[in-house]
Design a protein around this ligand. Structure first.
Ligand code: 5FU
Length: 265
């Protein structure tokens, strides 16, 4: 891939979505390609994690609907920490319905995701209307969307032609879609990679091969160097450790060194 050899900030010019551009620049400025998957169930723990790990990450990934004590102070508090530590918020909502329904799910309900989350994601399974619907809400707010091209879990159906069509859908919607959740950089069958996207990759651990529920882990080097993805997403490998800050520093260094090697800076 010609893009994988370039620095993040040098690639920013090839992106039209403002959130994608912002993320690429912020990674080089902060020297981090680490995202934390903040899968905790209390708002105090969530905000503590954002404040403690904020200096080391580019993206703070949430599952807001697992909080058992969510209230409307949470988005404002998260946004303030995002400003303080210069990271982007990614609500890993995995929308998967028709365009008309996801519009309401994105803008409304209890969580009003579009109002506070810079990035969200969607399964391409319903077809392109899902992008259209989310775009009508998200683009006026300068938000960005990731499509789930592949998953980290055992037996995933998102592979082969499904992933290829996901790439084509993204190419037709570059104003809003700036990248993928995936396990490797994608190129169209038999063709050189002709358009740049960001690849954010979950299923990263330096300690475990997987969990008991089908999660499969790879190392930061495998993800960034071999598979040429851009951002490592780490959950239990960091917040499950005795000292999460020390672990975040380790993962950040591993991810960043792999990127330096890849770009040979
Ligand atoms: F799209 C995906 C995927 O393919 N695999 C994932 O693991 C998303 N995830 C999320 O990344 C998942 O919902 C968790 O929030 C996180 C991985 O957490 P872990 O603790 O590092 O396994």
């Amino acid at each position: 891939s010609p893009y994988a050899k370039q620095t993040y900030s040098a690639r920013a010019g090839g992106f039209s979505n403002p959130t994608g551009v912002q993320l690429l620049r912020l990674m080089d400025e902060k020297k981090t390609n680490l995202s934390i998957a903040a899968d905790v169930t209390s708002k105090v723990e969530l905000l503590k994690m954002a404040d403690q790990l904020g200096p080391y990450i580019c993206v703070f990934k949430t599952h807001i609907d697992i909080l058992s004590d969510y209230d409307e102070t949470v988005p404002g508090a998260l946004q303030a920490l995002a400003e303080k530590h210069h990271f982007l918020i990614f609500e890993d909502r995995k929308f998967a319905d028709i365009g008309s329904t996801v519009k309401s799910q994105y803008a409304s309900g209890i969580y009003k995701i579009a109002s506070w989350s810079h990035i969200t994601n969607a399964h391409p399974i319903p077809g392109e209307g899902i992008i259209q619907g989310l775009k009508e809400v998200g683009l006026p707010l300068k938000r960005g969307l990731l499509l789930l091209a592949e998953m980290s879990s055992k037996g995933t159906l998102a592979k082969g032609e499904y992933s290829q069509e996901t790439l084509r859908m993204a190419k037709r919607n570059k104003d809003f879609v700036f990248g993928f959740i995936g396990q490797r950089r994608l190129a169209e069958e038999g063709a050189e990679e002709d358009e740049d996207f960001l690849y954010l990759t979950p299923g990263v651990s330096m300690a475990q091969p997987g969990d008991s529920l089908g999660q499969q882990y790879r190392s930061p080097e495998q993800v960034i160097l071999e598979s040429k993805c851009d951002v490592i997403i780490v959950g239990r490998g960091i917040y499950g450790a005795a000292d999460p800050v020390a672990k975040a520093i380790e993962y950040r260094a591993a991810g960043w060194n792999a990127y330096l090697k890849r770009t040979q800076q």
